[in-house]
Design a protein around this ligand. Structure first.
Ligand SMILES: CC(C)(COP(=O)(O)OP(=O)(O)OC[C@H]1O[C@@H](n2cnc3c(N)ncnc32)[C@H](O)[C@@H]1OP(=O)(O)O)[C@@H](O)C(=O)NCCC(=O)NCCS
Length: 196
């Protein structure tokens, strides 16, 4: 994901503070016409993120206060994907001090935009951020029966390395998945399908 060549991409603010890291775009335009963008969330996105969270995880832990805090936290960036000027999804990453692996803490895509590559591009953006912070791997937990999420992560090379029993409130097990981070991937050159 190197972004468009027309100069519309700007560097991640946190990467400006890391001059020894390879520069990466903060606002990533995907598709030949930039039909989808992934960028850091701003306070204007708070309501949209909460609505997505509620649709995806009715008992989700994200509160308004937490979302505002994450937006301000340089080590826990919230990223949003926009398509057709609508918030289509978000991802929340976490980097522990001294850690060599970043974690995706939350990821959700608007049901209207699922199976259109939004989740994949958000994961790519998380990977890019993780690499820029010296992480060698990106990890996450997925509920054992969350077939769409597991299919998404597996399609991107994530592999199970552990399980956590009784991880969720109803006692369900979590799969721990990990992807070793390789080189930065270029953005897709095809326009996302904006059919809906
Ligand atoms: C999981 C989720 C984020 C996927 O987002 P998405 O934008 O629909 O995923 P993408 O379109 O980028 O899919 C990329 C690939 O993942 C796999 N995939 C995604 N959803 C799938 C599904 N429902 N069934 C089978 N495979 C699926 C496919 O391989 C897909 O590629 P393809 O469409 O070319 O076949 C979305 O379903 C969601 O928000 N679910 C609710 C919240 C959630 O479970 N979050 C993850 C918590 S760990």
């Amino acid at each position: 994901m190197s972004g468009r060549a027309d100069g519309r991409n700007v560097p991640f603010p946190w990467e400006r503070a890391l001059p020894d890291k390879a520069p990466a775009p903060f606002e990533i335009h995907i598709g030949a016409s930039g039909a989808m963008t992934v960028r850091a969330a701003s306070l204007d996105d708070v309501d949209g993120i909460l609505a997505l969270e509620l649709a995806a995880f009715p008992d989700g832990p994200l509160t308004r206060r937490a979302v505002r805090r994450f937006i301000a936290a340089p080590h826990k960036p919230l990223m949003v994907a926009r398509r057709a000027d609508r918030l289509a999804g978000y991802a929340l990453v976490s980097l522990r001090k001294g850690g060599r692996a970043c974690r995706i803490l939350s990821l959700a895509v608007d049901p209207l935009y699922r199976r259109r590559g939004v989740g994949r591009e958000l994961v790519h953006a998380c990977e890019r951020w993780a690499r820029a912070h010296g992480c060698e791997a990106l990890r996450l937990e997925a509920r054992w029966d969350n077939a769409p999420a597991i299919a998404l992560y597996r399609s991107l090379g994530y592999e199970e390395f552990d399980r956590i029993s009784q991880h969720y409130a109803d006692g369900a097990e979590a799969l721990r998945l990990e992807n070793k981070l390789g080189p930065v991937k270029p953005p897709s050159n095809t326009d996302p399908d904006l059919g809906r």
